[in-house]
Design a protein around this ligand. Structure first.
Ligand SMILES: C[S@@+](CC[C@H](N)C(=O)[O-])C[C@H]1O[C@@H](n2cnc3c(N)ncnc32)[C@H](O)[C@@H]1O
Length: 372
């Protein structure tokens, strides 16, 4: 299916859309080695590189470091990726190796070539001096990696701005920039909030931007990366998308977003969870949306597959177009709503190299969810 054939009513937000080009260049990888007994990973090369960058001798030994890392992974995974037991796997095939794509088995030592756009954003939006940009990026990446070693952090992909070329982003941007627009935009699992900063740089009134994440330290790192504390008017809410209550903190609970959003973005988010937890997160997203708006849209990118099903090692369910629609049909029934979904493969040959995995069924996909 072609990428995103928005409803007629949504087409006027679309405007001119460019096509994405994807880099296939090779980077220097350090593949994390798995210790079968401890299920722990290690990379000496990474530690050496960090020591060099920090110009310091106080780096922990690999074993100390790995112990700390393992503790963090265990602690974090309780709230972020807690499995819900499922027996759906009979009708869906299961393949390992997703874990290596999702959970930091790969750590890129050098900045990848597609980091250039974010460097521009940091210089122009944040006022970082050109000669300081690389250092700032390395420092923030280290900080995030210490909190949780997501693969998108290890790869610097959390700083890729390729999403700006995706048609749904253009739809969202046009709608947000339309004269007298009051449309709101929420980034779920926003991490450092790079999508929100890009929208602000593209001219969107930041008081109509929202971000939510389970991890407050990612949001704090975002302010330090983009240096916009005080001038960036977006609202951040800390909360667990899997919880059905109003879990929150001094940022306020998730319930305050209910019924107020027109556009939701969620990249590298759904693929973290089991089918049951995706249903919980999707239901919460539906509750966030303005029920009177026919043009609401949920979009993003994540890891998909040609063989939908549970990836047991990662406790995560990956989709093709049929299973993605099935998920949203179920969400529709539970929320009294109806949804039409679209997905589109992103050509990314290096993806299989990233995890050191050769699961050829994996794909990176763009998705859109629209009211039917
Ligand atoms: C793989 S990162 C993707 C970050 C960002 N969307 C990007 O594309 O760069 C997943 C994000 O989802 C957040 N997250 C994970 N589980 C969550 C949950 N249960 N509720 C809310 N956020 C969650 C993580 O803290 C992290 O920032």
């Amino acid at each position: 299916m072609s990428l995103f054939t928005p409803s007629l009513s949504i087409q006027h937000w679309l405007g001119k859309v460019s096509t994405s080009k994807h880099s296939t260049s090779h980077h220097e990888w350090s593949i994390w080695e798995r210790d079968e007994k401890t299920d722990c990973v290690s990379s000496r090369k990474r530690l050496r590189a960090r020591a060099k960058r920090a110009n310091s001798c106080s780096v922990l030994s690999p074993s100390q470091n790995m112990q700390r890392l393992l503790l963090r992974v265990q602690e974090y995974s309780r709230c972020v990726m807690a499995p819900v037991e499922t027996n759906r796997s009979e009708r869906h095939q299961s393949k390992g190796s997703l874990e290596s794509l999702l959970k930091g088995h790969v750590y890129l030592e050098e900045l990848p070539p597609d980091i250039e756009p974010i460097k521009g954003l940091l210089e122009k939006y944040s006022g970082v001096r050109a000669r300081e940009v690389d250092r700032l990026i390395y420092d923030i990446r280290e900080r995030l990696w210490e909190i949780y070693p997501f693969a998108c952090v290890g790869h610097f992909r959390f700083l890729s701005l390729k999403f700006t070329l995706d048609p749904p982003y253009q739809i969202a941007l046009n709608r947000l920039l339309a004269p007298r627009s009051k449309a709101t935009f929420l980034d779920v699992g926003c991490c450092v909030g790079q999508v929100l900063r890009q929208l602000a740089y593209d001219g969107v009134d930041s008081s109509r931007l929202y971000g939510t994440d389970i991890e407050p330290r990612f949001l704090e790192a975002g302010y330090d990366l983009f240096r916009d504390r005080g001038r960036f008017k977006a609202t951040f809410v800390i909360g667990d998308m899997l919880s059905q209550g109003d879990s929150g903190s001094n940022y306020g609970g998730l319930n305050r977003l209910h019924g107020r959003m027109n556009i939701i973005h969620a990249t590298s988010f759904f693929h973290l969870f089991s089918w049951e937890n995706q249903i919980l997160a999707a239901q919460r997203m539906v509750r966030f949306l303005d029920p009177s708006d026919p043009d609401v849209m949920i979009f993003g990118r994540h890891v998909g597959t040609t063989t939908p099903g549970d990836r047991n090692s990662a406790k995560a369910f990956l989709h093709n177009s049929a299973s993605w629609q099935e998920l949203w049909d179920e969400v529709g029934k539970m929320t009294g709503t109806k949804w039409r979904t679209e997905i589109d493969d992103i050509q990314e040959p290096e993806m299989h190299a990233e995890g050191g995995s050769m699961d050829e069924t994996l794909r990176r996909i763009r998705f859109g969810v629209f009211r039917a």
